[in-house]
Design a protein around this ligand. Sequence first.
Ligand SMILES: Nc1ncnc2c1ncn2[C@@H]1O[C@H](COP(=O)(O)OP(=O)(O)OP(=O)(O)O)[C@@H](O)[C@H]1O
Ligand SMILES: [Mg+2]
Length: 468
Amino acid sequence: MFQRVPTGIPELDDVIEGGLPKAGLFLVAGTPGSGKTAFSARFLYEGIIKGDRGIYVSFAEGRDAFFSETARSGLDFAKADEAGMFLYMDLLTVKNEGIPAVTQSIVDAVLDFKASRLVIDSFSAMAQAVPELIEARSILHTILGKIIRQAECTTLLISEVPVGTSRLGLGIEEFVADGVLKFTQKEIDGRVIRNLVILKLRGTKIGRREHMFTLDGGFRMLSPFDSSQANNGHSYPVIKNTASHSSTGINGLDTILGGGLKRGSHILLEVGEDVSSTSLMSFLTPIISNTVKSGDQVICIPVNGMYPEELQETLRKSVPEGPASMQVFDITGRGGPNTVDLGGATVLQPFDMFWKTAKKLRKPENRLLSIIGFDALEARYAKDLPAMQGLIIETIAKVRNAGDIMISIARPFSNTLRELASASDVHLRLAQYDGVLCLLGVKPRTDYYGVSLPDKGAHAQIELVQVS
Ligand SMILES: Nc1ncnc2c1ncn2[C@@H]1O[C@H](COP(=O)(O)OP(=O)(O)OP(=O)(O)O)[C@@H](O)[C@H]1O
Ligand SMILES: [Mg+2]
């Protein structure tokens, strides 16, 4: 119905029918530092690439600051300026000349320059320079009439939202606008996560309203975790181990961990309640894959809700050479032919069995990776909690002495979480925000990372995208 103007953010265009409706007015509202300029600059730059002239009108930021800040994200506005595709209107000091005159100069610039895209940073600053609301309304109508209707120029109107308020603007622009994009920053565990909410967009069926994004390396939106993409037999490239560390098969994770999984260490992976076993599995698969393909062995007690056959099926697809170097246990009593039943009257039997099997599987010159779903053990042996806490300490001591590696998995409400955390060399947390699977390091402390799965069929790693 509407002609679409791509925003330059493919993940956003995908959920808004290809882009913003052409010749519309869109409010870009957000708190200080929320990424309004970064988004708007990306929008203009996309136009320039596609042959649309663009103008950035600024009441807030000088020309040099804009050029150098955007250049850091790889947007070469200086070149676009030389090529006559871009115009930066620095109106920092002209506000005193009267806003109606300033508005007219913007209209003239759009018409003279034949701009198809315009950003006004910000409407809040223009409105502040006029004493009455009615005048702000009249500026808005000039923009609408002359720029949007007459010049058919797609316009982003930036609105500065003070921290702690729920208002988007003056209460006029959000109603007049064809679309409202709200940029926010929320603090989770002391880290800032950015998100974009599509509040309205005329003539558009919106796929998903809330989107996490990052400014690291330029404006980039993160895709939500897609279970159809996960565990589909993806083959992960092998990363070499070092003398002291086993690789996780994920470069970004190795870096966070100071080189990978250290021999003789215990890693606690705390998995949020909202993270499904499918998401968890897709995060563990490259780790298991890399271990097996490097010639080491893996033993695993699946987490609650993950059945041994399901786990084996996933691994069979991604790591066909796996079965000989891997043992999956079953504590649910319904395991398939290739599992070892870890049932028993008390929690002592499973641990005993676990170590016996480990001994058989492990080759002396190799290292053993054990992945233990403590939530599943807890669910099965709830009454043996004190014994289990003792076993945790003992198990971790064994792992350290043997130079092996253990990943224990617990949920935030697990009774064993405290013991596991205090006996951990590394403590990671997996959670899901805006549908995006996120990882953060509690020990060592890190920012939030979005877990980005490789495209179907690509022989590539999982990528960690810094989001905070
Ligand atoms: N390419 C980048 N890489 C990393 N950080 C960036 C990048 N671009 C911007 N930032 C950070 O994000 C912050 C906010 O970006 P931006 O200037 O787009 O926000 P804004 O909403 O326009 O802020 P303001 O309200 O101050 O105008 C910047 O101050 C900077 O610290
Ligand atoms: Mg800005």
